[in-house]
Design a protein around this ligand. Structure first.
Ligand SMILES: [Zn+2]
Ligand SMILES: [Zn+2]
Length: 206
């Protein structure tokens, strides 16, 4: 009898732990919550830096795009920007220096540096100063995005996509916004290029 009671007690404790873990995760997840700026339904979570899930702000598409326009215009470095793709939960900026420090054996940082060396001085769409290299993402999905990180962009995406295009901040955010809108892509975590260090923006896991 005592053993049964002990087992029941253990089962209750386990159920409580699972409940709190699941609740915490859904509490943090921003998609579907009211936009933190205008109250409309959010399709995105915005944060200043990648992996800061506790400080994530739910945002609707309109408020997110306005924020990205400010961030991309203020960015003083150069970045490769991979077109949004449906599947991975995040769309985040990774500075090259930190990426190299924390993710060993990944080719994307060296590949980004050599791609950025080919950036044209002016925007393909409007002729202003370009500091983003836009790469289309046909073929990238929720199952294979780690391949792009491991093997780099040239050996994966660039094999089946058009040549990269140099863009200014305004046109780059315009391209991102069109893709998010037209393909109904939602991201639980979005963060922009910041500061002056070169890097890449990529659809990836949390
Ligand atoms: Zn909003
Ligand atoms: Zn432009």
């Amino acid at each position: 009898m005592k053993t049964i009671m002990l087992l029941v007690l253990l089962a209750c404790i386990l159920a409580a732990v699972v409940y709190f873990v699941v609740r915490r995760k859904t509490d943090v997840w921003p998609v579907g919550k009211p936009c933190s700026l205008c109250g409309a339904e959010s399709g995105y979570g915005y944060e200043k830096e990648a992996e800061e899930l506790a400080n994530i702000k739910p945002m609707c598409l309109t408020c997110l795009v306005a924020q990205l326009e400010k961030d991309y215009a203020a960015f003083a470095g150069r970045a490769v920007v991979i077109q949004p793709a449906d599947g991975p939960p995040s769309y985040v900026f990774q500075p090259l220096k930190e990426w190299r420090q924390y993710v060993k054996k990944s080719k994307i940082a060296d590949d980004t540096a050599s791609l950025l060396a080919k950036l044209e001085p002016t925007c393909h769409d409007c002729g202003r100063k370009a500091n983003f290299l836009w790469i289309e993402s046909r073929g990238l999905n929720g199952d294979n995005f780690t391949e792009t990180l491991d093997k780099g962009i040239s050996e994966t995406l660039l094999r089946g996509n058009p040549k990269p295009v140099s863009l200014c901040a305004k046109c780059c955010v315009g391209h991102i916004a069109n893709d998010l809108r037209d393909k109904h892509i939602s991201y639980g975590e979005v963060c922009s290029p910041r500061g002056a260090e070169n890097g890449f923006v990529v659809p990836m896991g949390l």
